[in-house]
Ligand binder design. Structure first.
Ligand SMILES: O=C(O)[C@H](O)[C@@H](O)[C@H](O)[C@H](O)COP(=O)(O)O
Length: 261
């Protein structure tokens, strides 16, 4: 386990999205200045897409060199290409279609009508191979050291498509797995595993709304990762929970100081 997670609590979800977008812009600019390029893992869900939409409307977005950014996904809903419920489709609408990315650096997870058809295990293995091909010797493992990996937190403490007690959250060898029977629709998904998530330099967990209060409280109070996958999501250098006041409402007050009241 790395250092304890840091918490930042904002007044409401809109302010949280704006502040997280500003934070992400700075991180990407700093990584590009230090290492030439940056790599970010996107999440599905309302909070992740809210952040991308906030980034899209920020004038500071032009500070990013979009051609030197690798984008990966933490999970994907295994649906046909272009389906409005796919995480990549939603990310494109929120931000990606509006910025000059290098298409070769946008690493979407395979769709259910792609080269692997409905074989979600083969699709997951292909994504694992794509990650492995992008890893360099200094990454010391089968995935790149992502600069920032973002995760929305579900009301049941799931992150990516790692749901409590399901086999995917128990995976210790593979970096990407197919998920069957997910309680959040659709049931078939592709997900990074906890070992892959932990390769990131920084892991940011996003939680806004009252329905996340219990999940945040459970994950931050010493629960095990099989029962509470969010508790097992941490980064090599930093783990940051970005919350709004509603999601933080059940946390012990000694855990944080509100960033905005
Ligand atoms: O594909 C997905 O559905 C996700 O990636 C999932 O893990 C999501 O991030 C959480 O369920 C939080 O979603 P909200 O931000 O919408 O609550």
């Amino acid at each position: 386990m790395t250092a304890a997670p840091q918490l930042v609590v904002h007044r409401d979800k809109d302010l949280m999205a704006q502040a997280a977008a500003a934070r992400l812009i700075t991180k990407i600019v700093d990584a590009q200045a230090a290492r030439g390029s940056a790599s970010v893992v996107l999440t599905g869900g309302r909070n992740g897409n809210g952040l991308l939409a906030a980034l899209s409307s920020s004038p500071a977005r032009d500070a990013i060199d979009w051609s030197r950014l690798d984008l990966w996904w933490g999970d994907e809903r295994f649906l046909p290409a272009g389906d409005p419920e796919r995480n990549v489709t939603q990310a494109r609408e929120a931000l990606l279609d509006a910025v000059p990315l290098d298409p070769a650096r946008v690493h979407a997870m395979p769709a259910s009508d792609g080269p692997y058809g409905s074989d979600v295990e083969a699709a997951a293995a292909a994504y694992a191979a794509e990650l492995a091909a992008a890893a360099r010797p200094e990454d010391h493992g089968p995935v790149p050291t992502f600069d920032v990996l973002m995760l929305g937190v579900g009301p049941d403490t799931h992150v990516a498509s790692l749901f409590p007690e399901l086999p995917a959250v128990r995976e210790t060898q593979r970096t990407v797995v197919g998920v069957h029977g997910a309680p959040k629709p659709p049931p078939t998904r592709i997900s990074l595993t906890l070992p892959a998530i932990r390769a990131a330099r920084e892991v940011w967990l996003l939680a806004a709304g009252e329905d996340k209060a219990k999940a945040a409280e459970i994950a931050l109070s010493g629960a095990g990762e099989i029962q509470a996958p969010a508790a097992g999501a941490y980064g090599r250098a930093r783990t940051l929970w970005l919350l709004d006041a509603a999601a933080a409402s059940e946390l012990p007050r000694e855990l944080y100081r509100p960033a905005s009241a």
